[in-house]
Design a protein around this ligand. Structure first.
Ligand code: FE
Ligand code: FE
Length: 292
């Protein structure tokens, strides 16, 4: 199937809307994630409803079903650039005042990393690739199965999950003694690689890269896998499931998060100018046609 034949779907990420604003000097990143409830504010309400659905439906059973459906990698054959372009085409339908094309966010993230880490090619490419799993939305996946902060399924929901107290009540796992204890189906310090994460663009892109023999360092894959795992990387929850490797990954995820959050900045990269550079990184680390 060609990239042009993918089904139509919305790529506005409702959970991004309240996150990224330009960072002003000295203002902590945490202040940009405003999840207060205001039913009269249409944007806040859209975000809340997103998490309402996400937290209701992301169960162990659902995640395993999504693995079954998506980890066959039989949906699309496309190079990285073709897939990126597909995302940007779809975003033409979205509200420019609310979000902007994911392709632009990808290049902006990569370019910000390049400014600060000019010699770290793999980290720059990680910035370019990190949200490409949002291609899921092109196949009719609901937004709650694509975007939003992630968390493990199969154990108790951590306190720091946004809207935690009001949104998990209808999730069957909340009431299942197999899944609702501190460790649930996991053992102490089992490592995040052994944890089932809520299904979305992070896990999918991680799996796409692994399936297609990406030559990026493993930490790059992990950054992509856990970049939306805010309850862990920004709130410090779920440490009881982590092993030593995870703590090393955490350092990089936090470094990456700075650039991911700065998704709206004054300077829009000239894509014609930067494209050859990123193509050379793609050719080095994840060349050719990928199975998605
Ligand atoms: Fe993301
Ligand atoms: Fe992002």
């Amino acid at each position: 199937m060609s990239a042009a034949k993918v089904m139509s779907g919305s790529l506005i990420d409702p959970t991004e809307i309240l996150r990224p604003e330009p960072i002003h000097a000295g203002k902590p990143i945490a202040l940009f994630r405003d999840f207060t409830i205001d039913v009269n504010d249409p944007i806040k309400e859209r975000v809340r409803l997103h998490y309402d659905s996400m937290h209701k439906h992301q169960t162990v059973e659902f995640v395993l079903e999504q693995h079954e459906r998506w980890l066959k990698f039989d949906k699309l054959q496309a190079t990285i650039m073709e897939a990126l372009e597909t995302l940007s085409t779809m975003l033409d339908q979205s509200d420019p005042d609310v979000d902007f094309p994911n392709m632009l966010h990808a290049f902006q993230t990569a370019e910000r990393i390049r400014q600060d880490h000019p010699d770290c090619e793999w980290f720059q490419l990680t910035g370019l690739l990190h949200d490409m799993g949002k291609i899921l939305a092109l196949y009719g996946e609901p937004q709650w199965a694509v975007t939003g902060d992630t968390f493990p399924v199969g154990c108790a929901w951590a306190e720091s999950i946004v809207y935690r107290d009001s949104t998990f009540l209808e999730n069957p796992d909340t009431h299942d003694p197999k899944y609702n204890t501190k460790y649930g189906i996991y053992s102490p310090h089992c490592g995040l690689d052994n944890v089932l994460m809520a299904w979305g663009h992070d896990e999918y892109m991680y799996r796409v890269l692994k399936h297609n023999d990406s030559k990026l360092p493993e930490v790059a894959h992990k950054i992509i896998r856990f970049h939306s795992f805010y309850p862990w990387h920004s709130a410090g929850d779920y440490m009881h499931l982590c092993n030593e490797d995870d703590m090393e990954v955490l350092t990089w995820v936090l470094e990456f998060n700075k650039y991911d959050l700065y998704t709206k900045c004054d300077r829009v990269p000239d894509l014609d100018e930067v494209m050859p550079y990123y193509q050379s990184l793609i050719d080095k680390y994840i060349p050719g046609v990928l199975n998605w």
